[in-house]
Design a binder for this molecule. Structure first.
Ligand code: SAM
Length: 207
């Protein structure tokens, strides 16, 4: 196995952290055909489910990983659609300008990588979907952003991910005090304690 395939195996397969079912569930629930993943590292798994994907990460291993022919073969072997995979990669800070058409993706993926909801908002189509967890406070950031509306939450038990749309008003209630503002979230770069939490949150981009 070459070093790029080994890298994917080490971080995602061996740790049982590919999140395959999550990306499949999003595809089936929201008819996702294209996704942009800021702070992806080498988590190429969304390309198994969506014909058009873009991965942006500043890590020095990223470009060679996504451009590796054997990695592309892995995508071709695992893909669940008919088309040839269209995969774009940029090894850079995602806060710098990206050579990507605005409002061109159905899904923006934010997983453990900072304020992706803000940096990638203009790349997401109107009514597009943001998947965010709150590890760096990005779900909290989307919650205080009037251009995003919470439409569902996702919870995870061993191999299964479940989307729920019930009691959405009960999320983002701080255990103590008032909810932090955008600038307070930005300054702390971490989530705060809530009375009820989900593994991931799904927002719709609204105008
Ligand atoms: C903890 S890893 C998470 C990787 C992947 N999202 C996952 O869930 O497995 C965070 C990644 O975000 C990237 N990252 C964080 N801030 C970034 C930025 N401003 N621009 C580009 N990449 C960034 C890091 O290089 C790193 O690869």
């Amino acid at each position: 196995m070459n070093k790029n395939l080994e890298l994917y195996k080490k971080y995602f397969i061996d740790n049982e952290f590919e999140r395959l079912h999550l990306f499949e569930l999003l595809r089936d629930t929201y008819q996702i055909k294209s996704a942009i993943y800021l702070g992806s590292f080498v988590h190429i798994t969304p390309a198994f489910f969506y014909p058009k994907t873009a991965f942006i990460d500043s890590d020095r291993r990223v470009k060679q990983f996504f451009e590796d022919k054997e990695v592309r073969q892995m995508v071709i072997k695992n893909k669940q659609y008919r088309e040839d995979p269209e995969i774009f990669v940029a090894q850079q800070n995602y806060e710098k300008p990206l050579p990507i058409e605005v409002e061109s993706f159905d899904l923006l993926i934010s997983q453990y990588a900072g304020f992706v909801s803000q940096a990638g908002k203009n790349l997401l189509k109107n009514n597009g979907i943001l998947l965010a967890n709150n590890s760096h406070g990005d779900a909290a950031m989307a919650h205080v952003d009037p251009e995003y509306e919470l439409i569902a939450v996702v919870n995870h038990t061993k191999d299964t991910w479940r989307i729920s749309t019930s009691d959405l008003d009960s999320y983002f209630t701080p255990k103590k005090g008032l909810h932090p503002t955008k600038s307070e979230i930005q300054a702390s770069m971490k989530g705060i304690g809530y009375t009820k939490v989900a593994n991931n949150y799904i927002f719709k981009k609204v105008n």
